[in-house]
Design a protein around this ligand. Sequence first.
Ligand code: ZN
Length: 167
Amino acid sequence: MTESPLQAADDMVVTLAYDLYLDDDELIDSSEEFGPLEYLHGHNQILPGLERAVTGLVVGDSIEVGVPPERAYGTRVEDSLEVIPRQAFPDDLEMEVGMELELVDSETGAEMVAYISDIGPDAVMIDFNHPLAGETLFFEVKVLEIRPATAEELAHGHVHSHGEHES
Ligand code: ZN
């Protein structure tokens, strides 16, 4: 008797090797550099367009998938740039282009995410668009491992790697 192999499906922990390219073939992210991606399928842990493409795959399967902006980091919104005086940032903050900032609107108290897009001596330009907004992302993905999530992982909605407990 042979058991049918586990498929990538809701409540499974899936481990992927991946390369991520932009449409000009620029490689911007790879598991070669950062290690495989381990995630809990069906719990909004990865881009919806990628998760949909991986659904139903088994260990050893490879796919190439293009994820349009609407299912990745969104389309670009115009007039999303803002210039902020350098002294508005903490002195010890090591800023770099692309860094994610969590901001609070001083009038409404709403929390917002922005990204540093340029750094000058006196001012910093921030962009409320994600750096990958407007980009179609091309993933080359290989499924390395699939296992059922533990009850604790399902309760938490994320993976506990290598048996260690994470809150
Ligand atoms: Zn946890």
